[in-house]
Design a protein around this ligand. Structure first.
Ligand SMILES: Cc1cc2nc3c(=O)[nH]c(=O)nc-3n(C[C@H](O)[C@H](O)[C@H](O)COP(=O)(O)OP(=O)(O)OC[C@H]3O[C@@H](n4cnc5c(N)ncnc54)[C@H](O)[C@@H]3O)c2cc1C
Length: 227
């Protein structure tokens, strides 16, 4: 199993933490991929000692970062043990994998992210920006409140590219058919990337299927464990 060494833990906004790891086994990954962290601990709850996390850093940043919500009062035992890691601690992980990848930049891209579902989108956009790729993308970003992860970085990309727009949906606003139709009148010219809590993503996926978007134009990353 490959190893990761914790460099530091950082609360990037209230309740959301990034864990930056030294990539000591030189794992290769593509922006948008995920891996599984394994942290054995005593009295693990029924969710166990392994968790999938998207790598929120882009490959050019070298270090492997995962970003997650930690609600101290009702955390799983895994999140508790994760948050107790100290700089220098070494943990095991899987090889990175996943198909939430942006490959065809000739198509318009529509990212839809719910909450911490922004992690693969952050990695992909930072990667495209670093490689100075030209792309046409919108991000519809739903969040429970105005504490928005990676807001500044994403907006910097938006400011430097006039072909990238961000729309925020702060609860009680949500991304529904009516809101989508206010922005778009054609969905078939896009590749759609959906990432976030399972129920949210399934509901939005259904809207696109109803509109006749074909499965091959939709990529999904479902995050279990979030409402
Ligand atoms: C491909 C993939 C990529 C992912 N990427 C990310 C990512 O980038 N960031 C990320 O944060 N997550 C990501 N996830 C989800 C992640 O794996 C966890 O499922 C999620 O973070 C919830 O973690 P947790 O189970 O430790 O619960 P916690 O986050 O600790 O708790 C979440 C909620 O579950 C409830 N809960 C906690 N413990 C229990 C329990 N034992 N029984 C019942 N309910 C409980 C709590 O009330 C809390 O509200 C990804 C998942 C997949 C499959």
């Amino acid at each position: 199993m490959p190893n990761l060494k914790l460099i530091k833990k950082e609360e990037i906004i209230k309740g959301i933490f990034s864990f930056h790891f030294n990539n000591i086994d030189s794992l290769k990954w593509q922006a948008g991929q995920y891996l599984q962290l394994i942290i054995p601990h005593e009295n693990a709850d029924n969710r166990g000692v392994k968790r999938f996390f998207t790598i929120s850093s882009a490959p050019f940043e070298k270090r492997i970062t995962i970003t997650t919500r930690i609600e101290t009062k009702k955390s799983s035992t895994f999140k508790k043990i994760l948050s107790e890691l100290k700089a220098g601690d070494i943990i095991e992980c899987s090889q990175p994998k996943g198909k939430f990848l942006v490959e065809d930049l000739s198509r318009k891209i529509l990212f839809i992210a719910g909450g911490i579902g922004i992690t693969p989108v952050r990695s992909i956009l930072m990667d495209l920006q670093y490689k100075e790729k030209s792309f046409q993308a919108d991000l519809l970003y739903a969040n429970r409140d105005n504490n928005i992860a990676f807001k500044n970085e994403l907006e910097e990309i938006g400011n430097s590219k006039n072909n990238f727009r961000i729309y925020y949906f702060i609860a009680p606003e949500s991304i529904c058919e009516e809101e989508l139709d206010k922005i778009y009148n054609d969905y078939n010219d896009k590749i759609i990337y959906l990432s976030g809590p399972i129920n949210m993503i399934k509901a939005i996926e259904e809207i696109f299927y109803k509109k006749g978007v074909s499965k091959e134009n939709i990529r999904t990353d479902y995050f279990p464990g979030y409402d």
